[in-house]
Write a protein that binds this ligand. Structure first.
Ligand SMILES: C[S@@+](CC[C@H](N)C(=O)[O-])C[C@H]1O[C@@H](n2cnc3c(N)ncnc32)[C@H](O)[C@@H]1O
Length: 216
C-alpha cells in the first residue's frame, strides 16, 4: 500500500517521517481553522490512542470497517495494514479539505473516502454494496456537533452494525456515552493518557440477540 508517496510499513528516515507528520498536521490545522466546532481538536490522535482503540477488533471477521471523521487519516493507515485483502474501509467526513487530502494520498483499492455526514451512514454503506458494517470507528466531537446530530448518528450506527459488531468511540469528554447508552447494552470503557489531550475510549457492542431498542 502506498500513502503520501511513502510505502507503508517501510521505516523511512527520521527526517522523512518528521516532514510527513508536519505536512499532515498543517492540513489538519487548516481544517480546524475553517470548522473548529466540527473538528474539535488542533492535533491528530496519537499512535497510542490508535493502538488502544483498535485492540479489540477481530480483523479476521471484518469485511467492512467504517470510520467517521478521519481527518488526515491517522487511523486509516493502521486500519488498512490490518484489514483483510477482500475487506473495505469507508471513511466519511464533512470537511472537503480532509476528503481531498485522503483521496490524493491513500492509494489502496480497499479504501473509499466519502464527503458526507456520518448521519447518512446507512445509505453510504448500501451505496458501496454492503448491508451492514462490522465495525464503526468515530473521532467525532459529539459534544460540539449541531443539535440533534449526535443522537441521530448513534441511532444510525446501531442500525448499520451487524450483530456482534462494535461502535468504537474516542473523545476528550464522556458525552458520547450518553448518546450510545440508549442503543448499546454493553459499553466497555478505557482511557488513553498518551494523547493531546488525554482521551476517553468507548466500545459499544451490538450483542448477537439484540434487536432495535424500544422507544421509552
Ligand atoms: C477530532 S477530528 C478527528 C480526527 C482524526 N480522526 C484523528 O484521530 O486525528 C473530528 C473529525 O470529524 C469530522 N466531522 C465532524 N462532523 C462530522 C459528521 N457529521 N460526519 C462526518 N464527519 C464529521 C471533522 O471534519 C473532523 O475531521
Amino acid at each position: 500500500m502506498e500513502s503520501d508517496g511513502i510505502a507503508l510499513g517501510s521505516r523511512g528516515g527520521l527526517r522523512d517521517r518528521l516532514a510527513l507528520y508536519g505536512a499532515q498536521c498543517s492540513v489538519f490545522f487548516r481544517g480546524f481553522l475553517e470548522h473548529p466546532r466540527m473538528v474539535g481538536s488542533i492535533i491528530p490522535s496519537s499512535r497510542f490512542t490508535v493502538r488502544s482503540m483498535l485492540a479489540p477488533v477481530d480483523w479476521g471477521s471484518c469485511r467492512l470497517f467504517v470510520e467517521y471523521g478521519p481527518g488526515i487519516g491517522t487511523f486509516c493507515r493502521p486500519v488498512l495494514e490490518k484489514l483483510r485483502g477482500d475487506g473495505m474501509l469507508i471513511v466519511i467526513d464533512t470537511n472537503p479539505i480532509y476528503i481531498e487530502y485522503l483521496q490524493k494520498t491513500i492509494r489502496d483499492k480497499r479504501f473509499r473516502a466519502v464527503l458526507g455526514s456520518a448521519a447518512d451512514v446507512e445509505q453510504i454503506v448500501r451505496d458501496h454494496g454492503f448491508d451492514h458494517a462490522d465495525y464503526v470507528l468515530s473521532g467525532l466531537p459529539f459534544s460540539t456537533l449541531p443539535a440533534g446530530v449526535a443522537p441521530a448518528i448513534a441511532a444510525a450506527t446501531h442500525r448499520v452494525l451487524r450483530p456482534g459488531g462494535a461502535f468504537l468511540v474516542y473523545q476528550f469528554t464522556a458525552a458520547c456515552r450518553e448518546y450510545m447508552r440508549p442503543h448499546f447494552a454493553r459499553i466497555d470503557a478505557g482511557f488513553e493518557w498518551l494523547n493531546i489531550l488525554p482521551c476517553k475510549l468507548f466500545w459499544g457492542w451490538k450483542t448477537a440477540d439484540e434487536g432495535e431498542p424500544v422507544a421509552a
